[in-house]
Design a protein around this ligand. Structure first.
Ligand SMILES: [Mg+2]
Length: 256
């Protein structure tokens, strides 16, 4: 049995009225329009948040973990370090008392075991004795002296020393960490650097640049030409007093 819709029956009735009735019978107004009543949908479009928002921190952590685990982080460190090495080898013979300045954390040494254990959080205090599990206190981690060199940066260091370039470490770590930081640098392979500058224990600055820039000035005052300044934070490099600057990747944290 074929089915006939209600709409088809109404159309047939309209045609019949036009054929036998007055013209007015054909007017659309004479036929009640077929109106489909609104059907309440159970699926409503979600209310949208404002378009301009900060990045989702959870998504950023997933991306940062993948950046490291995929090997892209170390590869990108290598791209910058290799460019710095080429420049240092080219410029060193031309400069008077050539020197380079290296930051320490996420530049010369990697704190990845702590960063991963803390899920990109930062805990200055507390122990760090359960790695690879966290939490891992930053001060305890740094005092342990277990950080490893970033290999491309160690290669840059070795190339600089081979070219008779003096190497100065300038770090935001505090003076109280001098002994452990020196031991860590030596153990990681940085064995004959010119000096290690740490931040005075009581010093407070709005930006790391407020401490690091005057240190580079003091190195120049000793007669050195800083041909390259390498760090992982813009605040490592701001303020001048270097022929060239090189910014390493670091999506893991920010030091203002
Ligand atoms: Mg750093």
């Amino acid at each position: 049995m074929s089915r006939v819709s209600g709409a088809s029956l109404r159309a047939a009735a309209l045609l019949a009225a036009c054929a036998i009735g007055p013209l007015s019978a054909c007017a659309p107004s004479s036929v009640a329009p077929t109106v489909t009543p609104p059907v309440a949908s159970s699926v409503q479009a979600p209310a949208q948040p404002p378009l301009e928002q900060p990045a989702n921190v959870g998504d950023a952590k997933i991306a940062a973990l993948d950046y490291y685990n995929s090997g892209r982080y170390l590869k990108d460190v290598g791209v910058v370090a290799d460019a710095a090495r080429a420049w240092v080898q080219e410029e060193a013979p031309r400069a008077s008392k050539p020197a380079i300045v290296l930051d320490i954390d996420e530049t010369s040494l990697s704190n990845w075991p702590m960063t991963k254990a803390d899920d990109f959080g930062y805990f200055p205090k507390g122990s760090c004795d359960a790695l690879p599990a966290g939490p891992c206190g930053a001060e305890a981690w740094e005092l342990s002296g277990k950080a490893k060199a970033l290999p491309p940066m160690l290669a840059l260091y070795q190339a600089a020393r081979a070219a008779n370039v003096a190497v100065f470490f300038v770090t935001g770590r505090r003076e109280v960490e001098r002994k452990s930081t020196t031991a860590n640098l030596l153990n990681a392979g940085y064995r004959d650097f010119a000096a290690l500058y740490l931040k005075p224990n009581a010093m407070k600055v709005a930006s790391a640049a407020d401490y690091k820039t005057p240190v580079r000035e003091s190195i120049e005052a000793q007669g050195y030409t800083i041909i390259a300044n390498i760090g992982d934070q813009p605040s490592d490099l701001a303020g001048g007093h270097a022929e060239k600057t090189f910014l390493l990747p670091n999506p893991f944290y920010r030091v203002r």
